[in-house]
Design a protein around this ligand. Structure first.
Ligand code: 26Q
Length: 777
């Protein structure tokens, strides 16, 4: 069945008429978005319902995640339905440019990689007919909106993403569940978001929980005191899903965060038990036969003790409930950094979820009796990763090198006892959003050459390899140039900076973190600037260095890096000496939608974390698929990207994991500073007044050269890798001059991207972890 676009347009018009009394042309972007969204929701309802009913009795998987970075849904939904172009056409005929929906805000219910991965997985499962539902939280405020003040400092603003409504979900109040805390009970109300498959009728569901009070207001109590108490209860409930925690890779043990995690865990499991009973009856002993649950990091790990608690409440004993949970759950780890592993203080936890703590302690006792040396609870602290490995079927890393480090290092003792539980599932990204939607020009070029739609079978993209000749490279280069022109317009509009599309576009877009080494990139740019000024660098292709990143609001060093980059950008962009060679832009409010403009325009993809720190990275894959070469270390998925695309088509630098481990103890950053004059000149700009300096930037300088009481100097080895980084960076820059040779490298990356489709990843989860089959329609 295909969709009747004309009907969708008519429904949109009708909705606009009766709700806002406007025509299509008069409607604001928000009004149009709401009306069109509702019309599409009507159009898909049959398919959505069919998909649900078809799956009633088959084995299914559930993805539980505290984050889903779904971004803007309107274009991707139309795209996956296969009607985006036709809808654009129909609206254009009626005088409306669908591009006005660029004003619609992203649903940023996630921080970065982990949340975006969850969104890509849902897209892939729907598109490959894999019965996977998502459970998450419907934060009223998503990830903050970022702007820069006159000093170049990050300012955060509330992201009230649904203030104009949310046409892409249905509130399902009839499936509301209660979640109990010692001092109050809250309602978790589900909102269902359709997950529309591409090239299939299948539509899966993302169910997001929103907390509300049991009684909004006590209308029987008329005096002021009770009125206020009623409101207090309402706020206390709604506070739980008020806001997404903006931390990314540092862990914070906050009371409200436990509540969020428990609501997510409890509501989702209660819902699964309800569905189970309606399909299979009240005998719960087959629960694990029908459901596999994937935990996206340990954020939903309280689901493990919660399932045990719920099963015991239904009459099952502890051992049997434990066994059921062990069979049901699997856990994906997304970080090797110790400070990011969740460790809850038991007293704090007990004050919020006492029964969960009792069960965790029972689990710990069982573990300690079976496997002396292993623990879940130690020093009155619950280690959620340990809990998830012990009471789960599988644990996986997100890239080969990361999965190896988990076995060798982070979870070594666990690997010795449970070697069969450890797996790798290299991440992927959905080619629909990250090629088809954001780069229709490149998609068209490839389709034309390989003669078929490759977006739901990315393996086909390798058919391009033997076709790469000068002619194809020229066409690729012209697409790239077009995408740069488009990006220049966007950047001029949003940042007020005019860029030249003839420049090399060197891009680093990702969350701001010390380990991602945006500061190393910035120092290299300052170095290049000085060398252009003093004439010692002559063989240089004009380049714009583009940054996009949000810092956690409380992360002082990350914020100091943003400020520093903004200040060097101002200095460089205002210097007429280098105006025709060098520009630096730090875009504001980098998010999914901005990424969709930036990534297709990139020539060089900066993936420069020290080896062994970035679990996988997924931006690296998006950039590769859009034909950027990787300037990167042998870290995370870079290793596999380069293996697929060829080292000769990328720019690999820096020390390997083994080399870093060998050097670590005796590493002396200041020694490098003292002998490398150019690097020293760049680092000194942190403190010497070349750009306006503040205390936080001085602190950065000391962290690099002197260390602090918690870390030795240069914890992330910027100085160690600097020389080889600069060599690789300048090599890539020089190579760009041969446009055909460089374009060939870019195309080799595109043609080698098959492995990095999240369709491949999700099939591996389905086969090797969940043991489920695609459902045929
Ligand atoms: C934890 C506790 C309290 C508050 C916040 C958090 C929290 C939230 C989000 C901790 C970490 C995150 C996000 C982590 C993340 O995005 N990790 C990235 O996951 C990607 C997908 O696997 C990888 O590609 C990246 O390498 C990894 O950094």
């Amino acid at each position: 069945m295909s969709y009747n676009c004309l009907n969708i347009v008519k429904w949109t018009e009708a909705k606009l008429k009766y709700t806002y009394d406007v025509t299509l042309r008069e409607a604001s972007a928000q009004e149009l978005h709401e009306a069109l969204g509702e019309a599409v929701m009507m159009a898909i309802s049959d398919n959505w319902n069919n998909a649900k009913h078809t799956r009633m009795h088959t084995r299914k998987a559930y993805y539980i995640s505290a984050e889903y970075l779904i971004g803007r849904l309107v274009y991707s939904n139309l795209y996956n339905l296969g009607i985006l172009d036709e809808m654009k056409q129909l609206f254009a005929e009626r005088g409306v440019d669908l591009a006005i929906l660029e004003d619609i805000e992203d649903a940023a219910l996630g921080n970065g990689g982990l949340g975006r991965l969850a969104a890509c997985f849902l897209d892939s499962a729907a598109s490959t007919d894999i019965p996977l539902s998502g459970y998450g939280l419907r934060y009223k405020f998503g990830l903050f909106k970022q702007s820069f003040d006159a000093n170049g400092s990050q300012k955060e603003n509330a992201d009230d993403w649904s203030k104009f409504g949310d046409p892409w979900s249905y509130r399902r109040y009839n499936h509301t569940v209660k979640v109990e805390f010692p001092d109050h009970t809250v309602l978790a109300v589900p909102y269902d978001v359709p997950v529309i498959g591409y090239g299939t009728q299948n539509i899966n569901t993302l169910r997001l929980w929103q907390c509300e009070a049991e009684e909004e207001l006590d209308f029987n109590a008329f005096n002021d005191q009770d009125y206020l108490r009623a409101l207090t209860q309402k706020n206390k409930a709604e506070d739980i899903t008020r806001v997404l925690y903006p931390n990314d890779s540092t862990w914070e043990g906050k009371r409200l965060r436990i509540k969020q995690q428990y609501v997510l865990s409890s509501a989702s499991l209660q819902d699964m038990l309800r569905v189970y009973k309606s399909a299979h009856g009240s005998d719960l002993s087959h629960f694990a036969q029908f459901y596999a649950v994937q935990l996206n990091d340990t954020h939903p790990a309280m689901a493990i003790p919660e399932l045990i608690r719920l099963l015991m409440k239904e009459g099952m004993d502890f051992e049997q409930s434990f066994d059921m949970a062990q069979k049901t759950f699997s856990y994906t780890n997304h970080t090797v950094m110790g400070e990011a592993l969740e460790k809850w203080d038991l007293d704090l936890m007990r004050s919020v979820v006492p029964e969960i703590v009792d069960i965790i302690c029972r689990i710990d006792a069982k573990l300690r009796s079976e496997h002396p040396g292993l623990f879940v609870v130690q020093d009155n602290t619950a280690h959620m990763a340990n809990l998830s490995i012990y009471v789960g079927s599988y644990v996986n890393g997100v890239a080969q090198i990361h999965s190896q480090i988990l076995k060798d290092d982070v979870f070594r003792q666990w690997y010795e006892v449970f070697p069969e539980r450890f797996q790798n599932k290299t991440n992927g990204v959905t080619p629909r959003r990250w090629m088809g939607l954001c780069n229709p020009e490149l998609t068209q070029l490839i389709k034309y050459r390989i003669g078929s739609d490759f977006l739901n079978d990315l393996d086909k993209i390798s058919n391009l390899k033997p076709m790469i000749d000068d002619d194809l490279v020229r066409q690729f280069n012209s697409v790239k140039r077009q995408k740069k022109e488009q990006l220049c317009e966007v950047i001029y509009k949003r940042e007020g900076v005019r860029l030249n599309p003839d420049f090399v576009f060197d891009v680093q877009v990702k969350r701001l973190h010390e380990y991602k080494r945006q500061l190393m990139n910035a120092l290299s740019v300052v170095d290049i600037y000085f060398r252009l000024k003093d004439g010692s660098l002559t063989d240089f292709q004009p380049t714009v260095y583009l940054f996009g990143a949000k810092s956690a609001p409380g992360y002082a060093r990350a914020k100091a890096v943003i400020r520093y980059i903004n200040r060097i950008a101002r200095m460089i962009n205002n210097d007429p000496d280098v105006a025709d060679k060098l520009k630096v832009v730090f875009v504001q409010n980098y998010n999914c939608s901005y990424a969709e403009h930036i990534i297709p325009a990139a020539d060089i993809s900066e993936q420069i974390s020290p080896a062994g720190t970035e679990a996988s990275g997924t931006g690296n894959m998006k950039l590769m698929l859009n034909g950027a070469v990787t300037l990167g270390t042998l870290d995370g998925a870079n290793v596999e990207i380069v293996k697929e695309a060829g080292r000769e088509n990328n720019y690999i630098f820096g020390h390997t994991v083994d080399e870093i481990n060998a050097i670590k103890e005796s590493y002396y950053a200041r020694g490098i500073y003292e002998v490398n004059d150019r690097l020293r000149r760049a680092i000194d700009t942190l403190v010497d007044g070349t750009v306006p300096t503040d205390d936080d930037q001085k602190e950065l300088y000391h962290a690099l050269l002197d260390g602090t009481h918690w870390h030795k100097a240069d914890h992330y080895f910027l100085l160690l890798d600097y020389a080889s980084y600069m060599d690789a960076k300048l090599q890539a820059n020089r190579d760009y001059a041969d446009r055909l040779a460089f374009g060939r490298k870019c195309l080799m990356n595109v043609a080698s991207g098959a492995k990095f489709s999240s369709d491949r990843t999700i099939r591996q989860y389905a086969q090797e972890i969940w043991h489920i089959e695609p459902t045929q329609y």
